[in-house]
Design a protein around this ligand. Structure first.
Ligand code: FAD
Ligand code: DLZ
Ligand code: SF4
Length: 522
């Protein structure tokens, strides 16, 4: 009568709370490959291959550590196809006394797991997920009574709690942030330049297990988006550690400076590519931050880079997760700007003359990855200013990125990129015209469109769409004092000019072919 411990595909840590106090002799660890998780949205082929391969490798490492593992493969003939179906079946198969599972990372599964408590033939315990610095109740406590839920204040608390980049002060005074400031973001806004030489990121060649999973994914999910050809993700904790070593040695020193830069054909620049490993739990996020801090202490990386990197993990990542649980389920339906245009087909095919979008979609298709500023200021920004339905955009982001789980994808897309939550997360919409993209990238140099042309034939579409967005949403946005002066500029423009902007945007929007059905969901 063992304890059955289901471990989900993104819970691949031997230190998982559900395993911690278990007796290896009286526990069965259950890992389940199930069709429903691969297809409730039609995830990128590379993403499915990554998760299933990492699960298979994790099962092996548990076995060599002395655990009894029950591994259900996708094509097992008795596989019910769902996580709840498999937990039920395994509880009966093993005549379990107790099912103990760490709370899932998604609202949808949380509801499904709570619904299992009655039908299961034994007790079920859902234990809190303590792989984060800030628990869900702590985050809700932090948010309560605050008018504005800004990441910066949350981040400072995480710095104090962890002591990361904190320095002892004189006497009894509280520790202070290294260098005297909490945030060095203003040093992290360089566009690309000729001196920039991004070192290649490490690639992890698929081993036999990964190759078998890739073949299965190609066979079982042939119509899913993306390619598995260049699969190079870490699939074990050891490989993920090697990825951290390479990042700290080669890319961290310039991570800050070029954090917001974009270069055509350069998919990684100085980014870490660690999100897939952190989200799968192959890496402990705080341990990664301590490695970066050690590089600063040793004089191997400057403060703006190390602070910027640590902020992404103990600041943004933790805050985003807290916001997900605070704002669900309403966040999934949010559409504060009443955006009503369907997602254009070119998000899937990359077939557009906009060189910036073409490059980001290519990287997304080939690598199941695009870096932050591509996601926010190209793909997210276009969807925002073109008024694309948030739920279409959310499905796209959840499908295409190897690091995408709803807890992290949804707040980033709905709240950060699309302002669908009316500014609960971001104080103003991240809307930008072509000038911003031209400053931060080399995309515009060889584009079919001219970034300096504002309206009419051949003008960069971002320019007129920016004003179209501002005009469409004036009632809501002009009350925002971070946006208000945009309207003074608009009001000072000649009427004829304003009409040209609106006509250009309308003409461009008319050309957008909506995505065909079936890309994201059947
Ligand atoms: P780096 O640039 O090296 O950053 C270091 C780490 O910081 C990342 O590995 C990640 O763990 C963390 N991080 C940075 N920014 C964020 C953030 N905004 N939210 C959460 N963690 C962050 N990240 C995901 O993990 N999954 C997603 O589905 C996802 N969707 C996004 C959608 C949009 C519209 C936007 C704007 C951002 C999204 N992000 C998402 C955040 C970010 O873009 C990715 O974490 C990052 O690009 C991953 O690449 P990297 O590991 O090289 O990151
Ligand atoms: C995303 C995903 C996929 C593609 N496949 C599986 C799977 O077969 N088995 C599994 O346990 N989890 C999978 N996942 C992750 C889940 O969909 C879900 O996002 C997380 O478990 C939430 O914590
Ligand atoms: Fe993108 Fe406009 Fe630049 Fe072309 S000109 S790359 S569409 S921003």
């Amino acid at each position: 009568m063992p304890v059955l411990v289901p471990v989900l595909g993104d819970q691949l840590s031997p230190g998982l709370a559900s395993l911690r106090d278990c007796d290896k002799g009286d526990t069965v660890v259950l890992l389940m490959e199930v069709r429903e998780e691969c297809t409730y949205v039609k995830h990128h082929k590379q993403k499915i291959a990554l998760i299933l391969s990492a699960m298979r490798h994790f099962a092996e490492s548990l076995r060599s550590d002395g655990w009894t593992v029950d591994y259900v493969e996708l094509c097992d003939p008795d596989n019910t196809g769902s996580l709840t179906g498999e937990i039920m079946r395994a509880a009966e198969r093993h005549d379990a006394d107790l099912v103990r599972v760490v709370e899932p990372g998604e609202w949808r599964l949380d509801k499904a797991f709570k619904g299992l408590m009655g039908p299961l033939p034994c007790e079920m315990e859902i234990v809190p997920d303590d792989r984060y610095l800030c628990s869900i109740p702590e985050f809700i406590g932090w948010a309560q009574g605050r008018g504005e839920l800004r990441m910066e204040y949350f981040y400072r608390e995480m710095r104090r709690n962890t002591g990361l980049l904190m320095e002892e002060a004189d006497g009894d005074a509280a520790p202070e942030p290294a260098g005297g400031k909490w945030n060095y973001d203003h040093e992290n806004r360089a566009g690309p330049d000729d001196s920039m030489e991004p070192p290649p990121a490490p690639k992890f060649a698929p081993d036999a297990t990964t190759r078998a999973v890739i073949a299965m994914v190609e066979r079982e999910f042939p119509d899913h988006f993306g390619t598995t050809d260049g699969f190079a993700w870490p699939v074990t904790a050891d490989e993920a550690e090697k990825a951290v070593d390479a990042f700290i040695a080669d890319r961290l020193p310039l991570f800050g400076k070029y954090q917001d830069a974009m270069v055509h054909g350069e998919d990684d620049l100085f980014h870490s590519l660690l999100s897939t490993s952190i989200n799968l739990s192959l890496l402990d996020p705080v341990a990664v931050c301590r490695r970066a801090e050690a590089a600063y202490d040793a004089g191997d990386a400057p403060l703006n880079a190390v602070e910027g990197f640590i902020r992404q993990i103990i600041g943004w990542r933790e805050y985003i997760r807290g916001m997900y649980w605070l704002e669900m389920p309403e966040l999934a339906e949010a559409n504060a700007l009443d955006a009503d245009r369907p997602l254009p087909e070119f998000y899937w095919t990359g077939e557009t003359d906009m060189r910036c979008i073409d490059d980001c979609v290519r990287s997304t298709r080939d690598n199941a990855h695009a870096h932050h500023i591509q996601r926010l200021m190209i793909l997210g920004n276009f969807a925002l200013i073109a008024g694309i339905v948030p739920q279409d955009v959310e499905d796209w982001f959840l499908v295409v990125y190897a690091d995408a789980y709803e807890w992290v994808e949804l707040p980033n897309v709905a709240a950060m990129a699309l302002w669908a939550d009316k500014g609960r997360l971001a104080s103003k919409p991240y809307a930008a015209g072509g000038n911003y993209i031209n400053k931060m990238s080399d995309y515009c140099r060889d584009c079919h469109y001219s970034v300096s042309k504002k309206t009419g034939e051949g003008a960069c579409p971002f320019n007129a769409l920016y004003w179209h967005f501002m005009v469409r949403n004036r009632r809501l946005l002009e009350r925002n004092n971070r946006v208000a002066r945009v309207y003074s500029t608009w009001d000072r423009m000649k009427e004829e000019r304003r009409d040209e902007y609106m006509a250009s945007a309308d003409a461009f929007l008319e050309t957008l072919a909506p995505a065909r059905a079936g890309w994201a969901r059947d």
